[in-house]
Design a protein around this ligand. Structure first.
Ligand SMILES: Cc1cc2nc3c(=O)[nH]c(=O)nc-3n(C[C@H](O)[C@H](O)[C@H](O)COP(=O)(O)O)c2cc1C
Length: 231
């Protein structure tokens, strides 16, 4: 049985199955997540879409016992931080639209066939939009914290689902002190810590499903307040 198989089955779970069965894992059994699994999960996150393909996500993968202990202390003592096989600390770089980061994105695009002219157009547009101080970016990025959070959570969620499809359990976490996480993992300024993703094998029973709000309360048709057909 390959490490990528799902709970003894010879296939990955379908996305629909993963959505139906996923719970935020309360407790992990401490078993490690194999390197090839983690790599597949992280590659999925890296494939997430982002505005102008700027890819502002940055990840710190924490697996070493001592680092997990330090991270747990920064995460309100949540035991699942230490129990998870791996915790992906999902960060964002507010400087991604500028400097070396922008040039690296454009250089990669050139390798994939983007012309110099196309890249120059992106460079000029991005610089116009993101060149100013945080909060002044032509109304498109109301603040860099929002902008970074928007993108990092797409990569985060893509990794969560890939882990679930591969048969692993996940624990999303916002319960942490950003300054303490940064200090524990030597994360420099101006990088922001957005969320933690615990991955591993569940220990004990899953959390009770709390249900979701009805579609009619959260989804409207054409105008706010109009019932969506079928809701
Ligand atoms: C971004 C995010 C942050 C969360 N942070 C925590 C956390 O710090 N600790 C925790 O125990 N659960 C955390 N949760 C889990 C939620 O409590 C859980 O997803 C919610 O209660 C719904 O349960 P379910 O995911 O099992 O359906 C978080 C979930 C999300 C999406």
């Amino acid at each position: 049985m390959s490490a990528l198989n799902v709970r003894g089955q010879d296939r990955e779970r379908s996305f629909s199955e993963a959505i139906a069965e996923r719970r935020a894992t309360p407790s992990f059994d401490g078993s490690p997540v194999p390197d090839e699994v983690l790599e597949k999960i992280i590659r999925a996150g890296i494939e997430a879409p982002s505005g102008y393909n700027l890819q502002p996500w940055r990840f710190v993968v924490v697996r070493a016992a001592e680092q997990k202990r330090r991270l747990r202390a920064a995460a309100m003592g949540q035991s699942k931080v230490e129990e998870a096989g791996a915790v992906i600390v999902c960060c964002g770089d507010p400087d991604a639209p500028r400097g070396r980061s922008l040039e690296e994105v454009l250089a990669e695009a050139a390798k994939h066939g983007f012309t110099q002219e196309q890249n120059q157009r992106v460079r000029e547009t991005v610089t116009k939009i993101f060149g100013g101080q945080p909060g002044t970016a032509l109304g498109l990025a109301p603040s860099y914290a929002v902008w970074v959070n928007r993108h990092v959570m797409i990569a985060f969620t893509t990794m969560l689902w890939m882990a679930e499809v591969l048969g692993y359990d996940t624990a999303p976490m916002e319960g942490f002190f950003e300054d303490k996480v940064k200090s524990a993992l030597s994360i420099p300024d101006p990088i922001r810590v957005v969320a933690l993703l615990g991955i591993g094998k569940r220990k004990g029973p899953d959390k009770l499903y709390a249900g979701r709000r009805d579609m009619r309360n959260v989804c409207f048709s054409e105008r706010w307040g109009n019932t969506f057909p079928g809701a």
